[in-house]
Design a protein around this ligand. Sequence first.
Ligand code: 4NP
Length: 153
Amino acid sequence: MVCLGNICRSPTAEVVFRHSVASENLSGIIEVDSAGTGSWHIGESPDHRSMRAAQKRDYDLSSLRARQVKPEDLKRFDYIFAMDRQNLHDLLEMALPDQQEKISLFLHHGSSDYDEVPDPYYSGKDGFELVLDLVEDASASLVRKIAGKHNLV
Ligand code: 4NP
């Protein structure tokens, strides 16, 4: 899961998607991580507004620390999900030709009308609720899609 700062959207997506993986009894089979394309927040905890909004839905983001995407991630992970088109562009620039097809917009796997998770950093509280709504929707369908594709069910 990749966004810009790795303190709002992608940590939320990491924890929500991990929860969806556990709901399908696939913990231990599917590994989930997150990172940011930017370096400003490396080592920081998630934004307190993301943590608070997530906590209200029983997701705990508190142990996460921001890190930056590195070329090794593009090699190691089977799927790379970008939160918005800028993240997608930056990832495609970083990826080798044979890694390009691993990368997609996260919300392309969901059922909402959105194809980007809007950056909530300069938004009000509603922006953080919207992130959770969109990420929950995409996570639930994505885990079933991956499980089906790899015969995990
Ligand atoms: P994120 O949100 O990409 O969802 O983690 C942001 C966090 C920090 C900044 C921008 C977006 N920033 O400009 O510092």
